[in-house]
Design a protein around this ligand. Structure first.
Ligand code: FPP
Length: 234
């Protein structure tokens, strides 16, 4: 039985948030980075042990070059500025996804943030960069190993065995999975909100967890057997 409450978020709506304010998309992405800080800070208060955030999909490489560069430098800035704060607040950081297409400077920052926060236990924060669930599944399947979960863990550079998602949140008015955690979200409860990501914070997270706790999870079983399997009551 999995005991960590795992929440995953597809952070959508930065661009529209900026456009609605007649600002350029960069402003929306910067505000999105502030929301990441807020949500990571609030997560342990809701019993969340693992928070996985979708920051850059493998398809996002197809965005205009300037926007890709903006996002990559935001990730670098985030890792540079947040690592010490993560150590202080006990947040263990892990960047999942491919690394072979990231710049060497970003990879170095990822490795040093992960090393610096390795012993932190208050929250595990996974940020997905150059992540595609389908690509990860295919690469894991091609590895010559008997344990598929272990192959998938290695394929995405996860620092611990991959874990099922309990609650998958998507902000920004769209209702799709966009190639995020397709294997791990097999039994995830889905929560879609119109809130644009830069406006997301403690109250919106609280509403999502509240809704999660109202759901009856049966995992394909009948209700009494599902209760034994364990539903998070945080
Ligand atoms: C989706 O909004 C958001 C992204 C593709 C980037 C996510 C990045 C952040 C939240 C900021 C930085 C993150 C970290 C971890 C520092 P969109 O641009 O697709 O918005 P739109 O659908 O309104 O255009």
């Amino acid at each position: 039985m999995q005991s960590t409450f795992h929440v995953a978020i597809i952070m959508d709506g930065n661009g529209r948030w900026a456009t609605e304010r007649a600002r350029n998309r960069t402003v929306g992405h910067r505000a999105g980075a502030d929301a990441v800080r807020r949500v990571a800070e609030a997560a342990p208060d809701f019993g969340i042990g693992l928070l996985t955030l979708y920051a850059f999909s493998s398809d996002n490489w197809m965005r205009p070059r300037g926007e890709v560069e903006t996002l990559m430098s935001l990730f670098e800035r985030f890792l540079r500025s947040e690592t010490a704060r993560c150590v202080e607040s006990g947040v263990r950081m892990n960047i999942i996804g491919r690394r072979d297409r990231l710049s060497p400077s970003l990879v170095r920052l990822i490795e040093s943030s992960e090393a610096a926060t390795r012993d932190c236990t208050a929250l595990r924060l996974r940020i997905a960069i150059d992540y595609s669930a389908r690509d990860a599944i295919v690469r894991a399947a091609l590895r010559d190993e008997t344990d598929f979960r272990a192959s998938l863990t290695a394929a995405i550079h996860a620092d611990a065995p991959i874990e099922d998602v309990d609650l998958l949140i998507r902000t920004g008015r769209e209702k799709r999975l966009s190639d995020f955690l397709l294997f791990e979200a097999a039994y995830a409860e889905l929560y879609f909100t119109d809130c644009l990501w830069p406006d997301f914070g403690r109250d919106e997270l609280s509403a999502a967890v509240h809704e999660f706790n109202r759901r009856k999870r049966r995992f394909g079983r009948v209700e009494s057997a599902a209760m034994e399997h364990g539903q998070c009551t945080t």
